[in-house]
Design a protein around this ligand. Structure first.
Ligand SMILES: Nc1ncnc2c1ncn2[C@@H]1O[C@H](COP(=O)(O)OP(=O)(O)OP(=O)(O)O)[C@@H](O)[C@H]1O
Ligand SMILES: [Mg+2]
Ligand SMILES: [Zn+2]
Length: 418
């Protein structure tokens, strides 16, 4: 048997049992492009099955990638009817329990306060877990939108669900939760037994309520955990670029995922220049390609038992279903600069989607967020939720850009008239 796995995602696309595919990596490396490409290839390979691509990143960009507006409910992709997308606001997916816990935190005299903040604060992953459970619930409830008979309004069953994860890297921290939750619950039982009478005086009903919910969550978390650590059902695709820092971060991510017992056997190396023997490439591209090759070689050695997929850096953004179809082919059939070098992407419709955040705008938004976060940390003020801030920043950014584009368009129109 050959030790090296083939440099493509073909086995993931054809593997029939996979229910969950996570795509992750640091900011800007191409997670959204890759997860969209994986979803497109899956949908093309299994025309009789339904697929769902989900973003839980507050700075959503599935809409940007597909040039089509998506929202919190699954909506079919125009031009690929067996693929749907949804962009879920993790903030809105906050569970009752989280909300309750937050209210608790507002009352400084409540004896349960420290326990509640223990529960939702100091336990890494509980927030993610709660939000994630809500997301799963939401997926389960998706109804077929094209169902005209109002009697059988059944939920759609998706063959595979693909997650475009946020670049925070902690998306899956909650996979370590079951053990932690168990500890916490027994502590909670203990305490509420001892403090029972007193707690009853201080709104015991709510406490009972919460206790029941915690138990329920523990069961759910354990169930989800079992699925996500089963390599027949779940896999994780790492996306990176061929640079030192990205290589280092990828290794860290793989270590972390392995500590959660999650299956990782594919790495997509994106944005490769393939500048060899390419007449159109300049000195800069050539020397950059040299550097990329150096790290590619290292990865080849480090990850010989992984599917190491090499994706080309194209001359422009990869947006729209037609372009995603073209690009995503190279996930299956490795890119060959000799024969594939002339690949041309279709021009993007200059409709309303030009107003969505573009690459550089996203960088600006990211830089702004970072600055804000740093300022907030400096002030040690915990006002507001970071994901809420990010969301509203992304919104502001989009609005600003829409305004700028509208102005530009108006100027252009005026210019033409004159
Ligand atoms: N191989 C490639 N060739 C050309 N452009 C690419 C390639 N991969 C990604 N891009 C472009 O780079 C930009 C960022 O890619 P993408 O949105 O997929 O990254 P991301 O990792 O999801 O970013 P974020 O961390 O902001 O979510 C997009 O405009 C995308 O079209
Ligand atoms: Mg993204
Ligand atoms: Zn060049």
């Amino acid at each position: 048997m050959d030790l090296e796995l083939e440099p493509s995602l073909e086995s993931i696309i054809t593997q029939d049992s996979l229910k969950w595919i996570f795509v992750g990596g640091k900011g800007g490396v191409g997670k959204t492009t890759t997860s969209s490409s994986v979803a497109v290839q899956l949908a093309l390979a299994h025309p009789n099955d339904q697929f769902l691509l989900i973003s839980t990143d507050p700075a959503h960009n599935l809409s940007d990638a597909f040039c089509q507006k998506f929202g919190k409910d699954a909506r079919p992709v125009e031009g690929l009817s067996n693929l749907s997308c949804m962009e879920i606001d993790p903030e809105a997916a906050m569970s009752d329990l989280q909300q309750q816990a937050q209210q608790y935190n507002n009352d400084p005299n409540d004896p349960l306060k420290s326990m509640m903040s223990d529960m939702t604060g100091s336990i890494p992953g509980i927030d993610e877990a709660l939000s994630f459970m809500e997301v799963l619930k939401h997926i389960k409830n998706q109804k077929a939108s094209t169902n005209d008979s109002n009697e059988k309004n059944e939920a759609i069953s998706y063959k595979t669900i693909i997650f475009d994860t946020a670049p925070t890297g902690h998306t899956l921290r909650f996979l370590q939760l079951p053990a932690t939750l168990e500890k916490l619950l027994s502590k909670f039982k203990d305490l509420s037994g001892k403090l029972g009478p007193m707690l009853n005086m201080l709104g015991g009903g709510q406490q009972q309520d919460m206790f029941g919910k915690l138990n329920e969550i523990q069961v759910q978390v354990a169930e989800v955990n079992e699925q996500f650590t089963n390599p027949d059902l779940t896999t994780f695709i790492c996306v990176c670029i061929s640079e030192f820092l990205s290589l280092y971060e990828t290794e860290r991510m793989i270590q972390e995922l392995m500590s959660y017992n999650m299956d990782v056997n594919s790495i997509v190396v994106n944005q490769l220049l393939f500048a060899e023997g390419d007449e159109s490439s300049c000195k800069r591209c050539e020397s950059r390609w040299k550097m990329q090759k150096k790290y590619l070689d290292q990865m080849g050695e480090l990850y010989e038992d992984y599917h190491l997929v090499k994706m080309p850096l194209l001359g422009c953004e990869i947006r729209g279903i037609e372009n995603l179809k073209k690009f995503s082919k190279f996930l299956i059939k490795p890119y060959d600069p000799k024969t594939d070098g002339g690949l041309l992407l279709a021009p993007i419709d200059s409709g309303i989607f030009i107003i969505m955040a573009r690459g550089n705008q996203r960088d600006l938004a990211r830089a702004k967020n970072l600055k804000k976060q740093q300022e907030n940390q400096k002030n040690q003020k915990k006002s507001g939720d970071p994901s809420k801030r990010m969301e509203s920043d992304a919104d502001k950014m989009r609005r600003k850009q829409a305004e700028a584009d509208a102005r530009k368009a108006a100027d252009a129109a005026n210019g033409r008239k004159k």
